[in-house]
Design a protein around this ligand. Structure first.
Ligand code: NAD
Length: 358
């Protein structure tokens, strides 16, 4: 199969590969759509087994960013960068500067931010060579780490899902969280404060025990999290957590978490619906972080300071959009991911039509 026939390629405007021998940078920047504005999405650093695996992940994540930005009603298209490498051993200032030169080469069609394996401190090096990077600290327009805002959106989404599917509030509800990194850890604290009981798993023992100490969460092995006796399953690690092998093991009636690309494929989304499980589409519920990043891009464009009130307005509106997805799924008797995809595609093609007419 060639790149252009790959299902993950679907409609991408551009795919850019970069190699820098000195710093060891190997990265792919995928630009899915610029119909609504410059493509924006995080930069992920991961020890992919092959360049093909990195390409496929980048393409899927990039398309999801187009959908996410459209559902969050941002004037941004969708894109994603993936750096092939181990973030625990291979990160250097030179590598993130080389990444900045790659972003600069894409000429403003792509704005980078942080994702798994990449921090605001890393992107400070990227910023030295390109202005097309957000999610930074230390200047008036800076928005900082997007994870707390992502977690806030996921928290509100879980509240909404539990109210709709279980007709109760979070007090006493058990939530199983897969992955307690940046988003998962903030989410755990919010759920704990709301009276939820937690079961958590992570491959990183330090993160796991830190969150357990703060929240009293029960710790299980990464493999056992799918069998946890919980009303809510919150995937907050990497993609593909919900597949035809894991779905029958879940006790949860609600799936709602921060991870991108939670469903292994569209068939799984249908199976989730047929199992009577309420799935809150990932790219809608986890849009808080990109809203925060968009707040920085907006402030930079207007030469103003970052405005948290603008972020809150967008986040509240996103939760209304999430509610609308659930409403339509119920009345049209269709899986939530199908409804969300349709709404996102309509918003993107609306922008394309407007651009063509201008
Ligand atoms: P992170 O790297 O800080 O956290 C991910 C955690 O998952 C890590 O602690 C890691 O050890 C753990 N993990 C990896 N594989 C695991 C497994 N098999 N079982 C259990 N735990 C496992 O990343 P993050 O920023 O918290 O992002 C988490 C997810 O949310 C990612 O899919 C990311 O793309 C998505 N997301 C993040 C943001 C954000 O603002 N950070 C925004 C939107 C979406």
């Amino acid at each position: 199969m060639t790149l252009f026939d790959s299902p993950a390629f679907e409609g991408h405007e551009g795919v850019h590969a970069f190699f820098d021998e000195k710093s060891g940078l190997k990265c792919i920047i995928s630009v899915h759509s610029t119909a609504r504005g410059p493509a924006s999405g995080g930069c992920r650093m991961w020890p992919y087994a092959s360049a093909e695996a990195a390409l496929e992940d980048g393409l899927k994540l990039s398309r999801a960013m187009s959908y996410k930005n459209a559902m969050a009603d941002l004037e941004l298209g969708g894109g994603k960068a993936v750096i092939i490498g181990d973030s625990r051993t291979m990160k250097t200032p030179a590598l993130f500067e080389a990444f900045g030169r790659a972003v600069e080469d894409v000429g403003g069609k792509y704005w980078a931010a942080e994702d798994v394996g990449v921090s605001p401190e890393d992107l400070a090096h990227t910023r030295k060579v390109t202005r097309y990077v957000a999610g930074l600290t230390g200047h008036a327009a800076a928005s900082g780490d997007p994870s707390p805002v992502t977690a806030e959106g996921v928290f509100r989404g879980i509240q909404l899902g539990v109210r709709r599917r279980l007709n109760r509030d979070l007090d006493g509800v058990t939530v199983a969280i897969q992955g307690v990194g940046h988003v998962g850890a903030f989410l755990a604290e919010k759920l704990h404060a709301a009276g939820a009981k937690l079961i958590i798993a992570d491959v990183n023992e330090d993160a796991l025990h830190d969150v357990a100490r703060k929240t009293g969460a029960q710790v299980v092995t990464p493999g056992a999290i799918f069998d946890a006796k919980a009303e809510v399953f919150a995937p907050c690690a990497l993609g593909g957590a919900i597949n035809l092998e894991t779905l029958p093991r879940l006790h949860a009636k609600v799936i709602a978490g921060g991870a991108n690309n939670q469903l292994a494929d569209a068939d799984v989304g249908r199976a989730v619906y047929d199992h009577g499980v309420l799935y809150l589409p990932d790219y809608v519920i986890n849009g808080g972080g990109i809203i925060n990043v968009a707040g920085e891009i907006r402030a930079l464009g207007k030469d103003e300071a970052f405005d948290p009130a603008w972020v809150e307005t967008k986040l509240s509106r996103l939760m209304e959009t999430l509610d609308e997805v659930l409403d339509r799924s119920k009345t049209e008797r269709r899986p939530t991911h199908e409804v969300a995809n349709e709404m996102a595609r309509a918003r993107i093609s609306g922008a394309e039509a407007k651009k063509a007419a201008a």
